[in-house]
Design a protein around this ligand. Structure first.
Ligand code: GRF
Length: 232
């Protein structure tokens, strides 16, 4: 008599999401990803950090975490497309599942973005579509906004205009100045970015036909970060 054992595969977690990051500056959002991965709360692997500035503090953070990194100087290229091609040659070489723009202060040309639909996300310090571009905190104060915050969105060729995935809201307080408001927003950016990447790593967020889908359904409004640092 032969007995057949059925040996179902153990329920296993999905493979870690391979993340590449682009960063130009201090890299605190990058650090939030590094820390969440190290803490085991984000099923991901940072496979490369790339920059337009060889002296970016973000690169030092990557090196400290043992993540390969490289920088390309835009001034060494004849055009934006030529620069993007050089930068994305590094990115493509590490075969990322996701590219996170974490304080990457340079426009990415349409050719590079359009060739990688749904691959790039960006964190922006405002409640998009309000205050695209620079100096968002100053502009929010000048306009007398009572609420401000941060957004994570898919990158398209339209600056800060791609489909918004998620937001964290921050009240503007009487007496707020630009630096104080920026600091309070930044404090919420870190959990917002980590939670968004966590949902992507868990296969819960996708870009389909130019719209964000969460758990298979088209999002009607961006996901909102709760005070518990998870989406409500
Ligand atoms: C953040 O405010 C981010 O939203 C914006 O640039 C800043 C980068 O900060 N795109 P850091 O380099 O992550 O500390």
């Amino acid at each position: 008599m032969s007995v057949e054992f059925s040996n179902p595969a153990p329920a296993s977690a999905p493979a870690p999401l391979r993340i590449a990051a682009l960063a130009s500056g201090r890299g605190s959002n990058l650090q939030a990803l590094i820390d969440a991965i190290a803490a085991g709360t984000l099923n991901a692997r940072l496979v490369g950090v790339f920059s337009d500035r060889a002296d970016a503090a973000a690169l030092e953070r990557a090196r400290t975490a043992g993540v390969p990194c490289a920088a390309e100087n835009p001034k060494a290229f004849a055009s934006r497309d030529a620069y993007d091609q050089a930068l994305f040659a590094h990115v493509d070489a590490v075969q990322p599942d996701l590219v996170v723009c974490a304080g990457y202060m340079r426009l990415i040309g349409a050719a590079a973005v359009d060739a990688r639909p749904g691959l790039l996300i960006n964190i922006h310090p405002s409640l998009l579509p309000r205050f695209k571009g620079l100096h968002t905190h100053r502009r929010a104060l000048e306009e007398g906004a009572t609420e401000h915050g941060a957004s994570v969105h898919y990158v398209t060729a339209d600056l800060d205009g791609g489909p918004v995935i998620a937001q964290a809201r921050v009240p503007v307080l009487p007496g707020d100045d630009e630096a104080g408001l920026a600091a309070r927003v930044l404090e919420r950016e870190h959990p917002l970015l980590v939670e968004t990447v966590r949902w992507i790593a868990n296969g819960r967020i996708q870009l389909k036909e130019h719209s964000v889908h969460a758990d298979g359904a088209r999002l009607q409004a961006p996901l909102q970060l709760g005070s518990n640092n998870h989406f409500a």
